[in-house]
Design a protein around this ligand. Sequence first.
Ligand SMILES: C[S@@+](CC[C@H](N)C(=O)[O-])C[C@H]1O[C@@H](n2cnc3c(N)ncnc32)[C@H](O)[C@@H]1O
Length: 286
Amino acid sequence: MVELLSVREGGLYVDGTLGFGGHASAIVAAGGRIVGCDRDPDALAASRQRLGDAAELHHARFSALPALLGARRADGILLDLGVSSPQLDRPERGFSFRGVGPLDMRMDPTSGQPAWEWLDRVDATALADVLWRYGDERRSRRIARALVERRAEEDVEPLRTTRQLAELVASVVPADGRIHPATRTFQAIRIFINDELGELERALAGFPACLAPGGRLVVISFHSLEDKAVKARFRELAGEGAARDLYGNPMTTPDYRLVERRPRKGQDDDNPRARSARVRAIERIA
Ligand SMILES: C[S@@+](CC[C@H](N)C(=O)[O-])C[C@H]1O[C@@H](n2cnc3c(N)ncnc32)[C@H](O)[C@@H]1O
């Protein structure tokens, strides 16, 4: 990733998804200065410990970065989307259908509504829509109906834990032996609760202008909807599909160019998260 960002000594690099500071510390090791943020206070604390006081770190959503940067221009911006393994591995965060934890799923537990609160009042149509759109869940309507019926039952305790939701989904979705029946449901609710696609849209609108000439914006995504949004925006910025004259030449000179994707050297092939990642980059020309 340091290679794709083309990190240079003394350059200013923005990490919008610090997580536990893995990428940011590689940027620092290559001589870059860091401005970073994470909306998860635990991740921020871990990054702070790892990176020390030299890095400028904020507890913020990455959509707030243009405001945090002000007039400064970045030599590189990195977004490594989604949740981190430490978030998934800790049952008390509520992201995982394994183990028992509160049905929370907020990356920032200090703001917004926990998943259980939304599930207490969402109607079946809206829930099915989220499961279908963000989880590609073919049985979205069946799951939504089961949840609404469960809510209406007397003498059934309200849905408050990850285990309760995982069991509810498993009761109406047959196991296919490849993934847990609740995998898609958990993913979809997490994306909705954290407004992950809205955050990405705002970043794609605001970040390119934060780059210095020669600066690169690199986005790593795991969900096809994320990758689709990144691809469309980057192509638009690079002038692909823009009007051409009679001779086929572009009518305007784009301010950005697409950076060719190279194989990620040294990538941990045993890490399934890394294997399903899509990486795209643009560079500011003007
Ligand atoms: C995949 S992890 C990043 C891992 C990191 N690159 C590393 O090397 O450790 C994604 C992180 O982004 C954070 N995150 C996701 N969406 C965010 C947003 N809109 N604003 C700020 N942080 C966000 C999550 O809380 C999580 O810590």
